[in-house]
Design a protein around this ligand. Structure first.
Ligand code: ADP
Length: 345
């Protein structure tokens, strides 16, 4: 069990005006799975490379259990990668692939056979020791790659978009398998992904990276329902932001009029937000109702995605799939329930 700490990490690359990571701070608890999200090029993979020792930081420290690893050689760091491709050795069979790291560490043939069999059980592919990797499906190859990484019981597991090249059913089953195995072995893990669903399904905490730092970090449910800042809110699918002046339970906005709010803490100029699935569409007027006209409805099976015109503005609402699909130009009331309006920074 290992804690992972980044203290004030700065990392620049030549030919870039600004550092990729700039005074970056993060604490990962022992056995925790933290996902790193953010736009492409924000420095997610760089962070993994720094942990593994493939890159060096310009400043700051990386610590496993409080001990700096910066002077430890990459092959001694006990941080293993799983990539989008399995990169199995084609000239070795599955068992030999998994046993490779054990052989380097000096385990006997008998010990290697036992550990390989244990790992194959763990990844749900018992008895395939003798198969060549090229006879396995993409998902099976990834499971073997995971077994090869974990058989040496590393301190830290680094997952760099490992499910990207797989089709959806295989991806979902592998996500579940990796998460279960990671939990069972208690391996501290960082997952780089651009897939919000994947991050939410797998993580103890999700970290959104922006401008070389962690912009927000929290449990998936909290980050999704109550993102702390506008950038994070946009990243998790919030589309409506209302700027106004808050005072004792009311938000007065030049654009949207007067709205009731529950956040009594917020006073003065503020931005409030609401998730598209918390917006209600109905015929009757009630508190926080705005008159609009249906522009477009798309049925998605799990929800109906609506575009509603309110004068010049267009607002998106996701309503439960059991509702009727409304025709275009139908007049409706758009309700922004006060319990779902939250303040963002
Ligand atoms: P992400 O994983 O978030 O997509 P990366 O960590 O791969 O981002 O890259 C962050 C930025 O650093 C990008 O602009 C990328 O082009 C640049 N970069 C990454 N590796 C190198 C390198 N070895 N040399 C120069 N620039 C690099």
């Amino acid at each position: 069990m290992t804690t992972l700490t980044f203290t004030h990490i700065t990392k620049s690359y030549p030919k870039r005006d600004t550092p990729v990571l700039d005074d970056f701070l993060l604490d990962v608890q022992s056995g925790e799975l933290v996902s790193l999200l953010g736009p492409s090029g924000i420095g997610k993979s760089t962070l993994l490379k720094l942990i593994a020792g493939i890159e060096r930081p310009d400043a700051g420290d990386i610590r496993f259990d409080g001990e700096s690893v910066l002077s430890t050689a990459p092959n001694q760091r006990e941080a293993v990668f799983m990539f989008q491709k399995a990169y199995l050795f084609p000239f070795l069979n599955v068992g030999e692939n998994i046993a490779f790291g054990l052989k380097v560490k000096g385990f006997s043939t008998k010990e290697r056979l036992i550990k390989v069999a244990e790992m194959l059980d763990l990844i749900g592919l018992p008895g395939i020791e003798k198969r060549p990797p090229n006879e396995l499906s993409g998902g099976e190859q990834q499971r073997v790659a995971l077994a090869r990484s974990l058989v040496i019981r590393p301190k830290v597991l680094l997952l760099d978009e490992p499910f990207n090249s797989l089709d959806r059913p295989v991806r979902l089953s592998l996500q579940e398998a990796v998460r279960n195995i990671q939990r069972e072995l208690g391996i501290t893990t960082l997952l780089v992904t651009h897939d919000l669903d994947e991050a939410m399904a797998m993580s103890d905490r999700m970290a959104l990276m922006m401008g070389g730092k962690v912009a927000a970090i929290d449990k998936p449910q909290r980050l999704f329902q109550k993102p702390p800042c506008v950038e994070t809110a946009k990243f998790v699918g919030v589309k409506l932001f209302i700027e106004g002046v808050a005072s004792s339970g009311t938000l007065v906005s030049a654009e949207w009029g007067k709205l009731k709010i529950e956040d009594e803490q917020k006073v003065g100029r503020s931005i409030f937000a609401i998730r598209p699935e918390h917006i209600r569409i109905q015929k009757e007027k009630c508190e926080n109702a705005l008159a609009g006209v249906v522009k477009n409805c798309v049925y998605r099976g799990t929800q109906i995605e609506m575009k509603i015109a309110l004068g010049e503005r267009v607002l998106r609402a996701h309503i439960p799939a059991k509702n009727e699909i409304m025709p275009a130009e139908e007049p409706v009331q758009v309700i922004l329930p006060k319990e779902h309006l939250f303040a963002v920074n």
